[in-house]
Design a protein around this ligand. Structure first.
Ligand code: PBG
Length: 327
């Protein structure tokens, strides 16, 4: 017996698990996740990252075993980041341009063993740069077009070793076009580009820079990464990347920028990826370790919010744990 005349009662669509499952608007599957992994040179190494509990840097042999486990869980897409020894870093990031470096060699080994996996690279100078910046530095400035030559070369070396998707994370102007032209010129027209399209100058990258020891040696990244206050500028970046030939565009970080994901979803027909960055991972892990948050509910809720905002794919350090959880 109702006390009130309420014709629309939304709770009726929530009254049982079966109905809730039927009307659920957003799905979050293992197929949407991209798992970032940190690579070390050498053998039999697994070195924890203090600010990212549960994430380790791994040598190739260890990483191959890790990928085998992930593939068995249905996780097929990985993005690799190299932790390069300080002595190999220089101004021109030349180690990143060598086809015998451990990063591209490992990619080749992974693709040989797991041809059905999808490997995404990081195109950027900072892991190999003695300046810790994503571009060529001269007189305290980041020189855009000189950087493009280096990035384009790096992308070709990565494509040659079997990377399926090239991921420029540098935020230089014109880099998607420069990389597309270099890839096509070298015969890699089937190699994709996922551009870090709206990448913000964010405090949430801190743990990642610990992992790679890649923090800038001077200044900050605000002359190339975006101002957290801007959203229209993200639309402009997306238009440019799309014109220059990007196959996917990425918003990074994800959590503080869900509105940017949603706006881009309305502007472009390209698939959008969200990067659930190291600081977002660290926050949740830290709160969970204190017992202040229920991890197994908070983690999927975080990932689901990115899908609901409009992301097709999510790069996340939670990928393996999520895959284990839903198995
Ligand atoms: C740099 C790069 C960064 C991340 C991915 N690529 C850090 C930066 O721009 O300083 C951050 C990823 C994360 O925090 O999880 N090329």
């Amino acid at each position: 017996m109702s006390a009130y005349q309420i014709s629309q009662r939304p709770r009726r669509n929530r009254k049982s698990a079966a109905i809730r499952d039927m009307v659920r608007e957003t799905q979050l599957g293992v197929e949407h996740l991209i798992y970032p992994m940190f690579l070390l040179d050498g053998q039999n190494k697994r070195v924890p990252i203090v600010s990212m509990p549960g994430v380790d840097r791994m040598s190739q042999d260890v990483m191959l075993r890790e990928i085998e486990e992930c593939m068995a869980l249905g996780l097929r897409t990985f993005v690799l980041f190299p932790a390069v020894e300080e002595s190999l870093k220089d101004k021109g990031a030349t180690y990143g341009l060598r086809d015998d470096n451990f990063y591209v060699q490992t990619a080749a080994a992974i693709k040989k063993r797991f041809p059905e996996s999808v490997l995404m690279s990081d195109v950027a100078m900072d892991p190999y740069s003695s300046d810790g910046h994503d571009g060529w530095v001269e007189g305290g400035q980041i020189i855009n077009d000189k950087t493009l030559d280096i990035l384009a070369q790096m992308a070709v070396v990565q494509a040659a070793c079997g990377f399926d998707i090239i991921g420029p994370s540098d935020m230089m102007d014109g880099r998607v076009g420069a990389i597309r032209e270099a890839l096509d010129g070298a015969g890699y027209s089937q190699t994709s580009i996922m551009s870090y399209c709206a990448k913000y100058a964010s405090a949430y990258y801190g743990p990642f820079r610990d992992a790679l020891d890649s923090a800038p040696k001077f200044g900050d990244k605000k002359t190339y990464q975006m101002d957290p206050a801007n959203a229209l500028e993200a639309i402009r970046e997306a238009e440019l990347d799309e014109m220059e030939g990007a196959d996917f565009i990425m918003v990074k970080p994800a959590l503080c920028y869900l509105d940017v994901i949603q706006r881009l979803r309305e502007q472009t027909t390209l698939p959008i990826a969200a990067y659930n960055v190291s600081g977002e991972y660290a926050m949740l892990k830290a709160a969970a370790a204190q017992g202040w948050i229920q991890y197994d509910r908070a983690m999927p809720e975080m990932l689901l919010s990115m899908r609901r905002a409009g992301a097709s794919a999510i790069l996340t350090y939670f990928a393996k744990e999520y895959a284990q959880m839903v198995r």
